[in-house]
Design a protein around this ligand. Structure first.
Ligand SMILES: C[S@@+](CC[C@H](N)C(=O)[O-])C[C@H]1O[C@@H](n2cnc3c(N)ncnc32)[C@H](O)[C@@H]1O
Length: 447
């Protein structure tokens, strides 16, 4: 028996995985982040690693289709079921949405079994059975009836859809569509150790495959565990989306420069920067556990930076007074650009969060600007598609600071000589460009 067969044999019935996924989705609907909720649900059910992966798949699928499934549930239910049953029904519907993806009769039976296995839901098992079977009978009509409901069509909250539409009138549908796709796994090849071409050959020799989508970026054909990546443990390669791989080159660092990496954890951009240039980096983050990942990542890459646990805005607590030639401010944001990786984010955020985050981003810019040497450059970044967390922040700051000059950013794509302007990078999954949504804005301090 192969290792995979053995893992499968150890997996419990689908009902147990559906129940765990429903528990996690219920927690998400109550405001918990989905990865933590999945971890807790799997621990409670004592699931194996293979089952945990299956639960994650099911729960992420439910988050990606939550708008549609809620719309369906409203049509199938005469009154709202209790939260645990509602979550199980949403999970089951999300699995049934794509015809033929799973054996439908088995799915319905296992969902009903999951309800029977829970004393609080047992009495409602026939109700669940009836609604799921009705969905299968009337699928096309029920889905067609959702056409006028934007949340059901786009699987994002209505306020989010309005906001993306207002910010990007020509691209809002493409942005929302991209947010519902499963993300690729993109690697960053350590330029100090290997060329992308040579690494591709190493991947192929290991039975994996991918394509080159950026100067150091290889997109895998199939995501896999990092333990299968040749040279991962030795720092030959790291996992990083292409949009995030633009930060280090756009920061425009020359050898010997003194650089602040503000909001650095878990350190993807710190590592990339040090792979590209010999420079001194101070990496600051307010989250101690995440900061430890910066140290671990740099140790794996064989590189070093000074890591500091502090609120980067409270400069008196940590700054030694030596001005920085470059500052990267990768500010905390809504994460609206990386929803394909974190499908729960859209349901957890509130409309009012954007104003708070935008204000906080502006405050961090204000606090860090005095640390920049005259002639130095600050790169402001967020993994957001909202203008309130990108262009608006930088424009507001530049308008209020006569010593700040906007620097045009360009990106030279693989195989192309032409440079493309960079600002709001809209998420996309194309043949040669496949990246999350991001914003980069650069400011130079006048001498
Ligand atoms: C978008 S993540 C940074 C990602 C990181 N630059 C990378 O490439 O791996 C934002 C980080 O900001 C940190 N953070 C939020 N507010 C902060 C503050 N006031 N001071 C320092 N770090 C902060 C969070 O702990 C989080 O790790």
């Amino acid at each position: 028996m192969s290792a995979d067969d053995a893992q499968r044999a150890l997996r419990p019935a689908l009902a147990v995985e559906l129940a765990a996924a429903a528990g996690a989705v219920r927690a998400m609907l109550e405001g918990r982040a989905l990865p933590a909720a999945i971890g807790e649900a799997c621990a409670r059910a004592r699931l194996t690693a293979a089952s945990q992966a299956a639960v994650q798949d099911i729960a992420y699928g439910a988050a990606r289709h939550l708008g549609t499934c809620r719309g369906l549930a409203r049509r199938l239910n005469q009154r709202a079921p209790a939260p645990a049953l509602a979550a199980l029904q949403l999970v089951a519907l999300s699995q049934l949405l794509v015809p033929g993806r799973r054996h439908e009769a088995v799915l319905v039976d296992q969902s009903v079994e999951a309800a029977r296995g829970d004393p609080g839901m047992r009495a409602a098992a026939p109700f669940l059975n009836a609604t799921l079977r009705r969905f299968l009978r009337e699928r096309e009509a029920l889905i067609a009836a959702l056409a006028g409901d934007p949340e059901a069509v786009w699987n994002h909250p209505a306020w989010w859809i309005e906001r993306v539409r207002a910010d990007h009138p020509a691209h809002w549908q493409a942005i929302l569509t991209a947010g519902n796709q499963p993300p690729p796994m993109t690697l960053r090849v350590n330029r100090r150790r290997c060329t992308v071409g040579d690494y591709l050959a190493r991947l192929r020799a290991a039975g994996l495959d991918g394509d080159v989508i950026g100067p150091q970026a290889v997109r895998l054909t199939q995501p896999c565990d990092v333990s299968r990546l040749p040279g991962f443990a030795d720092g030959v390669v790291s996992v990083q989306d292409l949009a995030a791989q633009m930060a280090a080159p756009l920061l425009d660092v020359a050898p010997g420069m003194h650089v602040l990496d503000a909001c650095a954890a878990p350190g993807g951009k710190t590592g990339h920067l040090l792979e590209l240039v010999d420079c001194s980096v101070v990496a600051v983050d307010s989250d101690a556990a995440r900061l430890a990942r910066v140290d671990a990542g740099l140790a794996r890459l064989g590189l070093s930076a000074k890591t500091v646990h502090a609120d980067v805005g409270r400069t008196a607590d940590w700054w030694d007074g030596r001005p920085f030639d470059r500052i990267l401010l990768d500010a905390p944001c809504s994460a609206s650009g990386i929803v394909r990786r974190h499908p729960d984010v859209r349901w957890l955020r509130r409309r009012s969060d954007l104003a708070t985050l935008s204000r906080r981003q502006g405050e961090l810019l204000e606090r860090l600007w005095p640390l920049l040497a005259p002639g130095g450059k600050l790169l402001f970044a967020t993994c957001s598609v909202f203008r309130a967390e990108g262009e608006d922040v930088v424009q507001r700051f530049a308008a209020g600071h006569p010593d700040a000059e906007r620097v045009a950013l360009g990106w030279v794509w693989q195989g192309q000589t032409r440079s493309e302007p960079v600002g709001h990078l809209l998420p996309q999954a194309g043949e040669t460009r496949d990246h999350d949504g991001f914003f980069y804005g650069s400011l130079r301090k006048l001498d």
